[in-house]
Structure formats: C-alpha cells, structure tokens
Design a protein around this ligand. Sequence first.
Ligand SMILES: Nc1ncnc2c1ncn2[C@@H]1O[C@H](COP(=O)(O)OP(=O)(O)OP(=O)(O)O)[C@@H](O)[C@H]1O
Length: 487
Amino acid sequence: MTGGLEGYDAVAEANAQKSVLAIHWSRICERLKAEVGEVEYRTWLRQITVGPVEEDEITLYLPTRFLRDWVRGQYGDRLGTLWNAEVPAIRRVELQVARPGAAPATPPTDGAEAPATLAAARGDAAPRPAAPAPVAEEPRHAEVRSDLAAPLDPRFTFDTFVVGKPNEFAYACARRVAERPSSPGFNPLFLYGGVGLGKTHLMHAIGAELLREGRVSVAYMSAEKFMYRFIAAIRSQSTMEFKEQLRSVDVLMIDDLQFLIGKDNTQEEFFHTFNALVDAGRQIVVSADKSPSDLSGLEDRLRTRLGCGMVADIHATTFELRISILEAKASASGVIVPAKVLEFLAHKITSNVRELEGALNRLIAHANLFGRPVTLEATQDVLHDILKAHDRRVTIEEIQRKVAEHWNIRLTDMSSARRARAVARPRQVAMYLAKQLTSRSLPEIGRKFGNRDHTTVMHAVTRVTELMEQDPAFAEDVELLRRMLES
Ligand SMILES: Nc1ncnc2c1ncn2[C@@H]1O[C@H](COP(=O)(O)OP(=O)(O)OP(=O)(O)O)[C@@H](O)[C@H]1O
C-alpha cells in the first residue's frame, strides 16, 4: 500500500474526530430538545448537520439560507454556549448553508443517513439538492418543508386547541386528517370560518401531529406566500423546480385561500398543483374565510375540486367557548385570573379569539410586570383602549333583559306594579343603568318602566348609588352588569 499508513492515519483521525463530535452533538441535541420542545426541535434544529472543527470554531450546516438565518437568529448563541460546554476548545459556531451536492464536511457515522425529503427516502427522483448527512441522527422520515414553506407555530397543537360546539366538527376533521392523511372523503380538507377563529391553529396542529408521528413531509404556507413564491420562480426561471418541490410533499396546506381571488395565473398554478397532489394520493388542506361555493372569484373548476372532499366550518364562538379558551390560556400562564374577569372579557370581546387572547395576554403581562393581582378594575384600566373599541350603544330593553336574567325575575316585572323587594330592587338597578348607559331623559326612562314618573327614576338612581356605597358585593354585581352591557 503506497503511502498507505500516512493516509490511513489521516482518515483514522478524521473518523475519530467525527465520532467524538457525533457523541457531543447527540448530547447537545438532547438538551436542545428538552429546552425547546419536540416540535420546535424537529422544525428547526433537526436539520442541522455537523461540519468540521477548525481552531476554536465548529461549522454547522443547514439546508437553506432561510433556515440558516432563522437558526442563527433564534439559537445561534445557545448553540455556541452548548458546544462550548461540551468541548471547551470550541468557542465559536459558524452556521453555513450546505452547498448543493457538496460532500458533507463531516461524513455520517455508521448507518446515519439523511434523505432530504420523503421522496428521496422512497428512492424517487429527489428534486432537492442533497444536504450534508447529519452526524449521529437517526434516518429522517418526517420534516417540514421549510425551504418552500412557512414554519409551524409550536404553540398551535391539538392539545392547546379548545373544543366547543362551534368548532367541534372542524376539529374532528382535522384530527382525522392528522391520523390518516389522504383518507377517502377527507381530501381535500377545506376549513372555513371568520377571522381569528382557529383555522390556522388547526392546520398547524395537523402538521405538528404528522411530524410527531414522523411519517410524512409537510408544507404549510399562506396563499399569499404561495403567490409570491410562484412569481419569484417565474422571475428566476425556476418554475419547474418550484413545481417539483411542491409536488414532492405528502401534505400541502394552504392558508387563507381567498387571497387568490382575482389572481388568475396563481390560481391556475395552484389548480395544477392541487390535481397533481391529489392524483398522487397526497393530502391537501385548505383554509378560507368562506365556503368553496361562496368564494366567488375563484375559478369554477377550482371551487368544484375544493368542495369535493370534506368541507368543515368553524362558527363564531359562543360565550361558553370563549370562557373555556380564556380559562385554558389563563391557567397555562400561571397567573390567577378571577372568574369574574374571565366572564367580563368573554362578554366584552366577542368578535374573535385572537382579540380575546390578545386582551388576556396584556392583562397577564401587566400582572407579571407589576406583580399586582388581576382585578376587574385593573382590567378596565389596562384594557381601556380595547374595551373602548368594543363599546356600543345599549338599549333600555337590553338593560331590562340582562338585569332580569341576572336576578332571575320575569322581564314583565320591569314594568309591572309589583313592589316586593325581590322585584323592586332589580328594577331600580335597571333604571340606574339606563341612566348611566343611555342618553335617555328621566321621563323617557320612566315611560319604559311601565309609565312611571321621572321622580321614581330619580329615586332609583339615588337609592342604587347609596346601596353601592354601603354594600361592596351589591356594587360589584351592578358594575359587572354595567360592563357586560357595554360589551
Ligand atoms: N379553539 C381555540 N382554542 C385555543 N386557541 C384558539 C382557538 N381558536 C383560536 N385560537 C387562537 O386564536 C388565535 C387566532 O387563531 P387563528 O390564527 O388560527 O385564526 P384564523 O381562523 O386562521 O384567522 P385568520 O382568518 O385571520 O387567518 C390563535 O392564537 C389561536 O391559537
């Protein structure tokens, strides 16, 4: 063997270094997994492969620039710290994009290999450039196609989705698709509903579940992103590659499809992608703000195809669902939020879950920042602007109805002549609230309460004010009613 020993030594040394790095890397991966959670780890960090060490710097590779930048921004420092803790000689981490087709800087150890996509794993023609094989990683079966898609939000899982009447059907369909993608009757899955009601959450939950199960490659993106990617591909004359990439995934999820209305070329492209995937037995999940039949402006043939799988709508939230969502989110935050505050929020912010969640988050942040308990008063203060935006005009009839419901008396008693305290007191409260919340004059209010005189209304206002000063529990009841009515 000519020059064999020298060569052998170099190879042996390189192999020894690889093995050692592989052991360190697998420990670091375990720590990262524990720190960031399985989903985030799979989405971002699992794609890292280990390169060479030169002086005090180790090179890590990622398959795309997008991923490299993201990982650098989010985890760069942490990776540096962890490497340094494992190998004190390593003081810096360099993140690089793996050159397409380049041989891995650190070849894999025994048996480790990394098909870039499931298509590659199955031995199909791989449309994507090979990334360097990872060190000390089991073969990869599932991935988010983050080179062509947006990342999944690790907070949006089935576990964190609160199920109630308005969304139980959509939830069940999403679960079914996550368990058995491409089942007959569920492909495509079309989720629709108003703004901020959980469509994106459910799509991400499907993706997270599929990745957790480790079975398929998933691409999620908004319709807007789909369009921009398509346009960019046309500009850079890489439409074939774009198509190939899209058609190589097992599950394609497109959010907010209504964005494609009026974008005929993109619709056409989406239509072909859609057909190619469904024909190949892959799963499509689409969301939009309306049902396929109501999405006028989409081509008929596309609407027809979108509607031929499972169409599931998410209805507007009910009070009960809003309470459940708030309870779940409050308890996850660790901050104690009294039931009265949750009820108040659920009454006041009815438009969508995003706003409800935003209001609660602000309260929680405030409580954490200042170390003060969350109270109704603090809520009004902290959410002043949000609550104002939700203010609306209230009618005397609504006030009467709410007050009657609250004290469990008949609505007709608001105008009846009965003088028993159980009836008279709520009636006085209703008059007081009518004065506070409407611009009606005392005589006008009196007329709405069984043609009573304006002095009766005046007396009611004075009496309720006095009682509120004397009795905090009564005052709180009246305040709560007032806030509910303002919602
Ligand atoms: N049932 C639910 N349980 C828990 N969180 C929810 C639920 N519904 C919605 N959310 C939360 O509300 C926020 C908005 O939801 P999401 O983004 O999924 O709405 P969307 O229907 O996709 O809205 P858009 O129409 O704007 O795209 C997210 O933070 C999501 O986690």
